[in-house]
Design a protein. Structure first.
Length: 174
């Protein structure tokens, strides 16, 4: 439902656009463009208050929300020492009683990113945090984040950041 106040604010912007269009100002088209942007933002704000497609009520959206919560919780538990094994796609799928391929497809279609990218990005954030804010060795970080060898962790880290874990720690140690 459109309120009178909303209609009046939109009408005011429309009248400004019309006035600029009929005017002779040298910069009238850029002004009109900005006024149109304001108009569209106001309409978007009115129509889609708090709209986020991930939070639509369908099953796929709920799967994405559950995955993201589980991802955050798992890494929090990992850092707190409550768990020692890093989850793989299969583990996230099992937690929701889904097939891994189905979970992967839902995550990719709803977020635009593959599930392995979500996991890798979270692993990278945790690695950076541990390198910056802790004194545990890189070898310990390697195992804590589920890598079997320091070389694998170093290659992963360098691939995503362009620098080695040792160089990163030296540059960012708090």
């Amino acid at each position: 439902m459109v309120s009178d106040a909303f209609f009046q604010s939109v009408e005011g912007i429309y009248k400004q656009i019309q006035q600029e269009y009929l005017g002779k100002a040298e910069a009238k088209y850029p002004i009109i463009g900005h006024l149109l942007a304001i108009l569209l933002y106001k309409i978007k704000e009115h129509i889609w208050q708090d709209y986020n497609p991930i939070y639509e009520g369908n099953r796929s959206s709920q799967i994405v929300i559950s995955f993201k919560r589980l991802l955050e919780k798992h890494y929090r538990d990992l850092n707190n020492g409550n768990v020692e094994v890093v989850f793989k796609v299969q583990d996230y799928a099992d937690a929701q009683h889904l097939h891994p391929n189905y979970l992967s497809n839902v995550i990719k279609s709803k977020t635009g990113k593959p599930i392995v990218t979500w996991i890798a990005e979270k692993t990278l954030v945790e690695a950076k945090t541990l390198l910056q804010r802790s004194t545990i060795s890189i070898k310990e970080i390697t195992y804590k984040l589920g890598f079997s060898e320091t070389a694998h962790f170093s290659n992963f880290f360098k691939k995503h950041t362009g620098t080695s874990p040792v160089q990163y720690r030296k540059a960012h140690l708090l």
